[in-house]
Design a protein around this ligand. Sequence first.
Ligand SMILES: [Zn+2]
Length: 380
Amino acid sequence: MEKTKDKVITCNNCVMDSTDPSIKFNKDGICDFCTNFKNVIEPNWRSISINNKKVIKLVNKIKKSGSNKEYDCVIGMSGGVDSSYLAYIAKVKLGLRPLILSVDTGWNLNVANENVLKIIKKLNLDLETVVINWEEMKDLQLSFLKSQVPYQDLPQDHVIFAGLYNYAIKNKIKYILTGANFSTEGVKPPQEWTYLNDIKFIKSIQKKFGSVRLKTLPMVGMFKQRIIYRYIKGLRVIHPLNWIKYDKENALEELRTKFGWEKYENKHYENVFTRFYEGFWLPTKFGYDKRKCYFSNLILTNQITRTEAFEMLRKQPYNEKIAKQDLEYIADKLDLSVTQFIDIMNGQNKNFRDYDNNYKWIKFAIKLAKFVGLEKRNFR
Ligand SMILES: [Zn+2]
């Protein structure tokens, strides 16, 4: 196992640090995520609300786009806080008629599935489930493990995202609502830890390590997503949680009282594999702790203090007993013995540069999008 041995430098404002190799600090020791948030994201975010004329106009446009149809938008729901709360806002506060789409990759925890069911039942919404071909999913995940890259959740992340986009296109739904928001996602996980949504990279890993051909897994390349889907098919992606003062704790409490919604540890832990990847694979093998991004966002949006974040970071990201259980469960589900799985984890660490990828092009496209004002978040 490799860990950073150099002295780690931490931002004076949030808890991001030099385990992100691209982090930059200004003369006051403030990181570029914080500067970007303060200068670019915050002014934009604060100026918009649910009663804003632009928002009302957009909501009416969404309603009109679905006026003769059963639904006017689609929401991908994982059972996590953001997407659950979004479904509530969309239906109750905005008066939209969303279809709820769940992409079943085979790893969701029961508590997450139950949360989804509670929400759709109480809000009287329809649920559609896209079930992913398990043999293909399993093979791709095994290829990723063998590739030794940090971002082990790319297969699931991509399939969930592509499943949602493809569903909207196929069913002629023009609007996708997502729970992505500045309040919890202003600090994006560093590229080094998670890399980007890149199908060239996925395919090159599958070609090298895979044993089945991926015939049915939903996939959407960046060109298809940003050009064909967006400009030719007219698909729009909307982030309504940026229109409200989104506070995670309050949202949780509201979901609990209104829907009997159940909470679980940390963001994105509604899924066994994700829990293992974020709680064990990344921190133990690579020395990356994704909670640093998560807590930094909460600091930037005044939901916790920096001291509270440090206190939480001192605790293990993952309960040892659950880690062991998950390890056995994952090995079994992927048809590996526990020893084989541990051998993989002890393998030589790699990163995205070790495989074919579209890094150069994606970086260029994001720079261009930032230049013309389509992208405000900080990518490096
Ligand atoms: Zn910072």
